[in-house]
Every structure is written in structure tokens, then in C-alpha cells.
Design a protein around this ligand. Sequence first.
Ligand code: SAM
Ligand code: SF4
Ligand code: SF4
Length: 342
Amino acid sequence: MRLTDQFDRPLGALRISVTDRCNLRCRYCMPAAAYAWLPAASLLSFDEITRLARLFVANGVAKLRLTGGEPLLRPGLDHLVGQLSAIGGVDDLAMTTNATRLAAEADALHRAGLQRLTVSLDTLRPERMEALARHDRTSAVVEGIDAAQQAGFTTIKLNTVVMRGVNDDEILEIVRFAGSRGLEARFIEYMDVGGALEWRAEAVVSRAEILSRLEAAFGPLAHLARAGDPTAPAERWRLPDGSVVGIVASTTTPFCGACDRSRLTADGMWYRCLYAEEGIDLATPLRSGADDAELAAIITSGWRSRRDRGAEQRAAQPGRAPLVPLTRLQQDPRLEMHVRGG
Ligand code: SAM
Ligand code: SF4
Ligand code: SF4
């Protein structure tokens, strides 16, 4: 029987964070300093992740996405990819990465069964990346994309978080960069998630504004249907030259109504919403001998009771400000985007 939550949304996608560590410090994702890491011993092993993933798949999940932190900081990630791709019933196995280490790993990941990549790329300008992510790795990212295409990845999306006065003047350049390489550019509205301590409403560049800038530069855009997947976070448009651009408008136009996604942290806490304050602990029962039926019962009852509509609730709030103050982030790092996985 199809597993659905309190709003009749099926359990369809799981984002698996494989590490909370990152080699960048994007200002919109992590506090500038004083962040707390998860204890290394708490990280799930590849076998533990695979066991949980199998149970999620048995209960309806067909799409898996590896994320982090930076997933490529986890050594031997291709082994996990191999284990996950061997689970029957996984239709889509993807990864979101900052691509700084992709060049060396792309081939092994592709051979192990990774199907799709999303590369985060907020700027093509070295000095700007230095300011935004506190490290300039622009050339490594571009090399990573090249290597991934050579390795055989045909579906690569670029994720660009658009921030007013920071990188919004690069929208057109990024569309051209993506078009010239056969990549799909996706613009993400700046979200007020945990870790985004500098978030302010004025810095958000809305879907409407992004669209009008694209139309002014490239001509009329054709809105595309959600390609048979009503749960996809991005809406897509075709430019007159045939290339496709996506926009994820979680801040101004939330899409919680069709959300089938949940997130597993690297230490085994399951969050049923990006904005959820409380998670469901799967690591403790997993490590204290629960059998598959007991773990599956936690997952099914957790999903059946789900009522989360985090982005919609945030959008309805007057005078929006950053979600979580630094003191609370330090007490509970799982509230941060880089821990629960974007
Ligand atoms: N480190 C990897 C990367 O950057 O691709 C994976 C993890 S990162 C948390 C996943 C995605 O979350 C990235 O594309 C990032 O741009 C996005 N993200 C983080 N903070 C965000 C924010 N405040 N608003 C919108 N997107 C955000
Ligand atoms: Fe940037 Fe991703 Fe690292 Fe966050 S987790 S700081 S978005 S690279
Ligand atoms: Fe899904 Fe929560 Fe994001 Fe809404 S805010 S789309 S419910 S994860």
C-alpha cells in the first residue's frame, strides 16, 4: 500500500548527507565561524546508510540524492554509490556537490552507477568566490564539470543561489556558460534556512525578477510542464535558443503541497522537512540491534504523521529574519543546512 503523509504526499525521495564537513564556507549556508561539527564516530558507515536506504526504498522511495556538507570529502564515496545503485527500485541516483574535488572522482562515481550530478556554482569570478565561499576554487569546479562530462555524465545541472548585490549580475553569464556546455542552469531563491545567518528579505531575488531579467536578455521564455514529475522542486523554461533554465522558488513560491522529500543526516537523524526543528533518530535503534521490521515501522509511522510545510509557513510570516540564531546552531548543528543536506 502506498505510504502517504497527513496531506496525502507520498514518500518518494531521500537526500542522504554523507558528511557534515565541507571545504568551502558559503556565506548563505554556514556561519562564518564557531560552527560545531558532528562527532566523527557518530557518522553512519556505508553499510548502515545502505541498510536504511533499502528500507526507505522498500517503503516508496525511488529517488536518492547524496549530499552534505561536501559529499566528496567522504573517502571512497564510489563504494557507497555502488551499494546504493544495487538496491532494486532506485530509479534515480544523484549527487549535489560543490565539484571542487569532482575531477579526481567523476570517473569512479560514474562507473559505480551515479546517474546525475548537480553542481553548485554561484559565480564564475575567482575574487567573488573567495568572498562568497571564503575560498576560490572556480577553476577546480570547471575542471570537475569537464571531467564529469568526459566520464559520461550527460545530465548535469548547475545550482546558483541568487543574492542581490552579491552575484545577481551574473545570471546571464551563468546561463551562457551552462548553454555553451550543455548544462542546465538552475537559479535558487536565497532561503532563510538554518546556517543562513546573513539572510535578509531584500537580498532575495525572486523567481519573477529572475524571469523578467532572462526575458529581457534572451526573448520570450516557454514554460515547460514539470516533465511528468509534479514533485520536482524546479520549474523549467525554454529559452529561444533551445536551452532550458530552471528556477527553485522555495522562498517566494513554496511548493510544499507536492513535497515527497526527506533528509537523512550523516549521523542518522531523519528530517521530514528542510525547516523541521525536530528529527527522528534512526541511528540509535539501528545501532542497538533493531531489526528491519522495527526500523521500517519507525519510518512508516514517521511519514504517516508528517504535517510539515516549512517553506509555506515561513512565507506566511511577516518580518522574516534568519531562522535560527547562532547560539542555537552551536547547540544543535543539525539545524544547519550543511548538516542536514540541501
Ligand atoms: N556541498 C554541496 C554543494 O554545495 O553542492 C552539497 C550540500 S549544499 C548544503 C546543497 C545545496 O544547498 C547547494 O546547492 C547550496 O547552494 C544550497 N544552499 C545552501 N544554503 C542555501 C540557502 N541559504 N539558500 C538556498 N540554497 C542554499
Ligand atoms: Fe557551500 Fe555546499 Fe559547503 Fe554549504 S555545504 S558551505 S553550500 S559547498
Ligand atoms: Fe518539503 Fe519542507 Fe521544503 Fe516544503 S519546506 S518543500 S515540506 S522540505
